[in-house]
Design a protein around this ligand. Sequence first.
Ligand SMILES: NC(=O)c1ccc[n+]([C@@H]2O[C@H](COP(=O)([O-])OP(=O)(O)OC[C@H]3O[C@@H](n4cnc5c(N)ncnc54)[C@H](OP(=O)(O)O)[C@@H]3O)[C@@H](O)[C@H]2O)c1
Length: 326
Amino acid sequence: MRVFVAGASGAIGTRLVPQLIDRGHEVIGSSTSPESAERVRRLGAKPVLLDLLDAEAVRKAILAMQPDAIVHEATALADAKFTRNFDRTFAQTNRLRIEGTDNLLAAAREAGVERFVAQSFASYRNAREGGPVKTEDDPLDPSPVPSMREGSAAMAHLDRAVTEAGGIVLRYGLFYGAPNDGLIEPVRKRQFPIIGNGGGVSSWIHLDDAAAATVIALEHDGPAIYNIVDDEPAPAREWLPVYAEALGAKPPRHFPRWLARLVAGEAAVMMGTEARGASNAKAKRELGWQPRYASWRQGFRAAYASGAAADERGSQPTARTVQSQT
Ligand SMILES: NC(=O)c1ccc[n+]([C@@H]2O[C@H](COP(=O)([O-])OP(=O)(O)OC[C@H]3O[C@@H](n4cnc5c(N)ncnc54)[C@H](OP(=O)(O)O)[C@@H]3O)[C@@H](O)[C@H]2O)c1
């Protein structure tokens, strides 16, 4: 297939492009700067510069390229500064999830593109009640934390628009495996504490496993939503010490909820204490996908322990540099 990857130069895009090429696909990959385009070219894809927020440019590009499939992996988080206000941090990403998705879908419709796969997110979105692990059919949080409302609405829009158009939504877990991951520095500096009882559940996914699931999803018919997460959704009190250990950092500090609310805000408290994780049973069953790193327990060590992050940086000339701390 001729596959157009929007956001080919990002964390997931740079893992996805080589896997698509290995699978025999012809890949056209978009980015927004000449430096990123060069990265895409070195991965073996045909680079194009494209702003997904420019509807007419998107339309013209898709009509000209005539891809068989579109994969939307564009976000704007490389230089994001995480503050208490998630909606401010994610403002541009939210636009890419709403307007960017709509622009791509409209162009796909006009050009007769039949396959559409888009990036969504699995963690921190489910209703904070009942059991710790949720499926794609379980209800989303009806009252998100105020500073995450716009982000929740943007993801809900993407999920709805893509499936209504017959496409596939991949709700990835929290990515790890990139040497420049934004979590590395705060954990190293003990700035990422266990909050309260540390019971908030996160779902993780190694970037290579997320890319592999995406390649497989392209060969399936939609509409569908899949959680692309590993086998072990886990509370912060379990995964955070393992993450710190893999980095060779001191164990995380413990903050009571009131202090964390004061310092980091309500969203951090929700994620650290109340969040629910996601089940990958549907993706395994329907896509026949298996994560190579079944648990973050092995994955964090493989990605970060004993200089693995540095080694990976050496072997991934296309990965972003460390300057893009989020
Ligand atoms: N599920 C998750 O946990 C998750 C999801 C997404 C990101 N992240 C994390 O966030 C950090 C940054 O992500 P990232 O490295 O992928 O960078 P990013 O800044 O989020 O960029 C992702 C891709 O989107 C493209 N893009 C940005 N704005 C665009 C626009 N207006 N139109 C079209 N394309 C646009 C980028 O192109 P340029 O290269 O030209 O900017 C890049 O190819 C990483 O640590 C990553 O792991 C995590």
